[in-house]
Ligand binder design. Sequence first.
Ligand code: HEC
Length: 124
Amino acid sequence: MRAVLITTLAIAAACGLSACGFGESGVTVSKSDPDYQGAELFAANCAGCHTLTPAGTEGTGNRGTRVQGPNLDQRTETHSSALFVIRNGGYSGAIMPQNIVVGDEAEEVARFVAKYAGKDAGDE
Ligand code: HEC
């Protein structure tokens, strides 16, 4: 438990000053938001395959690669669906790697995704 927390803080420290975004546009979630950490983790781990504007990621736009995931601006997710996807590697389990983040980090990413995904999804 403690080790996980320290790892999380280390990532936060590493990401804090450098944009940590691999040429993406960067996290727009406020640092005082409880989901800021989840946004940073999303940007670090999920950016390559998913678009999600609050995390500044545009992975879905990379149409040249087969592995690209859905644009999460256009999907609504619940905390439990996001956690399921993270643990199982998508719904099909075929393309998205499982357990890219685990434990507390998986919880944080799932919470961030549940809250911020779907801004372009309309009323579903
Ligand atoms: C290697 C590419 C790749 C990475 C990295 C990746 N994903 Fe995915 N993801 C996919 C693909 C492809 C799908 C769609 C296929 C499926 O659902 O099985 C998907 C599906 C999803 C879905 C379901 C969307 C929906 O409504 O259908 C969510 C939520 C999701 N990913 C979140 C994440 C999170 C959070 C991370 C980082 C921890 C992540 N993904 C990392 C490729 C990726």
